[in-house]
Design a protein around this ligand. Structure first.
Ligand code: NAD
Ligand code: IPM
Ligand code: MN
Length: 351
């Protein structure tokens, strides 16, 4: 029997609610498929920050390094500035463990409706391959001339050859296992240093994959296309910021933010990878028991795939589809009246 050591960080807001359901579903799958999950829970959150002044202990990264995977709810809550909570936990974990691929697959599932009219289940399916370690998310820059009319803020973006090449290559390899198409989000018409560099490397890598259809699209036009012709997209690769924005948009046109999972992957498997929903801690609905747990359950499924428990992952995906199709335990975002726990339990029982 395989045993896996999983670090669970529920975090803040609905992160806590959906994490309970994902664990419920994973434990049911482990029981059915005969593997062990040893959970260690960490209370790292904005609540901890309020008490101690830090989101995680000084040796937090070291503590996580021995785990097989990390399952994260979401962090961020009013009262703690977002850049403090996120740079105090989420972003350092992504970087310390070289989780340079942020894989965000979305699909219109049976029993759910797209905001786009006339789309049927399975018709919309794509995956955002987001660069997750550099780019626009940088600490370089600063605020200057405080209190003067000339006050300004400067934020530098860092794109390295290694960083761009590895994410683009990951997208091409992935496309070979899917539709054979890669679309790159660029903005080389407006951003004159980093984006032409990104395009150049994309073209170099594309030349090594003559069997994959490669296209460059400006991010603004791509955003429109994602709404008007989403079926013409499959693997979409973008920088850290572009990938962030496109993943919420892709989630919205498929089943909404409550349905979109995400894997922060260290493809070399030298460090633990981290799985979470695309959405955040949703303070507007926190504590009401109405958050949709499906995104977090699907993130947990991605974790099982990463760990090699593919039969269990397939069974969870099938259970999610069954429960959604039956339509009896849908949360309000899906047009139902069920609670977070009722939908989570229904999925766990369908495995
Ligand atoms: P959000 O994703 O938390 O919420 C956006 C909207 O979607 C809200 O109206 C919310 O109610 C709804 N929503 C999100 N998930 C849902 C679900 N599972 N079921 C039903 N409705 C859902 O984005 P935000 O409001 O921009 O951010 C809130 C906080 O979360 C901020 O502090 C932000 O920095 C943080 N955040 C954290 C992560 C993370 O830890 N991975 C990711 C994104 C945002
Ligand atoms: C995400 C989130 C984070 C990001 C924020 C909260 C820092 O939006 O995981 O998509 O931008 O990476
Ligand atoms: Mn985001």
């Amino acid at each position: 029997m395989n045993d896996y050591r999983i670090a669970s960080i529920p975090g803040d807001g609905i992160g806590v609610d959906v994490q309970i359901e994902a664990r419920k579903v994973l434990d049911a799958a482990a029981k059915r498929f005969g593997f062990g999950l040893e959970w260690t829970e960490f209370d790292w959150s904005c609540e901890r920050y309020a008490k101690t002044g830090t989101m995680m202990p000084e040796d937090g990264i070291e503590q996580l390094s021995g785990f097989d995977s990390i399952l994260l709810g979401a962090v961020g809550f009013p009262g703690v500035p977002d850049h403090v909570s996120l740079w105090g936990l989420l972003i350092p974990v992504r970087r310390a463990f070289q989780q340079y691929v942020n894989l965000r697959p979305v699909r219109l599932l049976p029993g759910t409706t797209s905001v786009l009219a006339g789309r049927s289940a399975d018709e919309l399916e794509m995956v955002i391959v987001r660069e997750n370690s550099e780019g626009e998310y940088s600490t370089l820059g600063g605020r200057h001339n405080s209190g003067q009319a000339s006050e300004f803020a400067l934020q530098e973006a860092v794109f390295t050859r290694i960083g761009v090449e590895r994410i683009v290559r990951y997208a091409f390899e992935l496309a070979r296992t899917r539709s054979g198409r890669v679309t790159s989000a660029t903005k080389s018409n407006g951003i004159i240093h980093t984006m032409p560099f990104w395009d150049e490397i994309f073209a170099e890598v594309a030349a090594e994959y003559p069997d994959v259809k490669a296209e460059l699209t400006h991010i603004d036009a791509l955003a429109a296309r994602m709404v008007q012709q989403p079926d013409r997209l499959d693997v979409v690769v973008g920088s850290n910021l572009f990938g962030d924005i496109l993943s919420d948009l892709a989630a919205a046109v498929t089943g909404g933010l409550g349905m979109a999972p995400s894997g922060n992957l260290n493809p070399e498997r030298e460090h633990p990878s981290m799985f979470e929903a695309v959405h955040g801690s949703a303070p507007d609905i926190a504590g009401q028991g109405i958050a949709n747990p499906v995104a977090q359950v699907l993130a947990a499924t991605m974790m099982l795939e990463h760990l090699g428990e593919t039969d269990a992952a397939t069974a969870i995906n099938a259970a999610v589809e069954k429960v959604l199709s039956e339509g009896v335990a849908l949360t309000p975002d899906l047009g139902g009246k069920a609670t977070t726990a009722q939908l989570g339990t229904a999925i766990a029982e369908a495995i």
